[in-house]
Design a protein around this ligand. Sequence first.
Ligand SMILES: NC(=O)c1ccc[n+]([C@@H]2O[C@H](COP(=O)([O-])OP(=O)(O)OC[C@H]3O[C@@H](n4cnc5c(N)ncnc54)[C@H](O)[C@@H]3O)[C@@H](O)[C@H]2O)c1
Length: 338
Amino acid sequence: MSKEETPTVTLIRGDGIGPEIAQATLRVLDGAGARLRWEDMPAGMSAVEMDKDPLPPRTLESIKENRVALKGPLATPIGGGFRSVNVALRQALDLYANVRPARTLEGVPTRYQNVDLVVVRENTEDLYAGVEHYVDLRRNAAESIAIITRFGSTRIAEYAYELARTQGRKKVTIVHKANILKLSNGLFLECAREVAKKHPEIQTEEMIVDACAMKLVVDPTKFDVIVTMNLFGDILSDLTAGLVGGLGVAPAANIGADGAIFEAVHGSAPDIAGKGLANPTALMLSAAMMLDYLRQEQAAARLRRGVLEALKNPESRTRDLGGRATTGQFADAVLRSM
Ligand SMILES: NC(=O)c1ccc[n+]([C@@H]2O[C@H](COP(=O)([O-])OP(=O)(O)OC[C@H]3O[C@@H](n4cnc5c(N)ncnc54)[C@H](O)[C@@H]3O)[C@@H](O)[C@H]2O)c1
């Protein structure tokens, strides 16, 4: 994408708090001077009402055409009901790298200072590949199969080392459970080790996932880039979000060879939806990642600066961070701080 173009971005406002945080994010993107055209598309529960389909073909086509989407959270029924649209989108568009930075934000109350790490999670395989069934006719037993491939493991490891190199990071921690899951996790570890050998300039360490969870809680400042499989990455990245202020401030990107979707780590938060209580920081920081991806770095920097400044002021923080501001008032504060 050349720096002068005005890209068209698919916008999925999403379910629950999605429309509120999307509206706040659109305002600050505009204020930051981002050059974007929007294509509003339905997905999730709202799409079931409108199109009778949680992932209408027109939405998928729009993302394929535009190659970039900004997405609010989508609700997924637990147990039965339709399959997760988030998982379906990542697989349909082959968005193999889920990138979740966790960084201390000045003014946001946390247990730790100076956390600055990135979780790089494989996004298409593992237990989320969708291969599961009941083992017996009475439905008393079920199994889910973790699919780990040489191709998928190598490409996510390559992505993680490349991210470390371009962001000037020093260390990659390969997280696995190959001591027990010797074949599937063993294959992931073998592939990641092969990639590590090609990057002697970057320090590599290996860690079993349970030990990693413990060490992250004890001292997250020891971590730089973490690369892991889908399920472990899903869990560890919520943990790392908690280390820097919670789900309300954790951004994410889903990146593939042919496109990317930017979204907050959190879900649709039905408990606070429609009340103006949602913290839009996570989606705003995801939007800043999107601007970097689109090579609109100046607008990205302006947006980040506005968010970071607004967070410093207790008056402009939302309730999850101990403040009293509404979603819209936080957006006002970001605009003032730019
Ligand atoms: N990427 C996604 O679209 C995504 C991710 C996770 C969960 N989900 C879906 O979201 C729904 C609800 O899931 P859940 O309740 O387990 O997780 P959740 O992330 O929606 O909420 C967990 C807790 O965090 C709070 N919270 C989340 N985001 C917040 C924000 N921006 N500001 C303030 N507080 C916030 C909520 O109020 C809630 O108490 C489910 O249907 C789930 O499948 C979607």
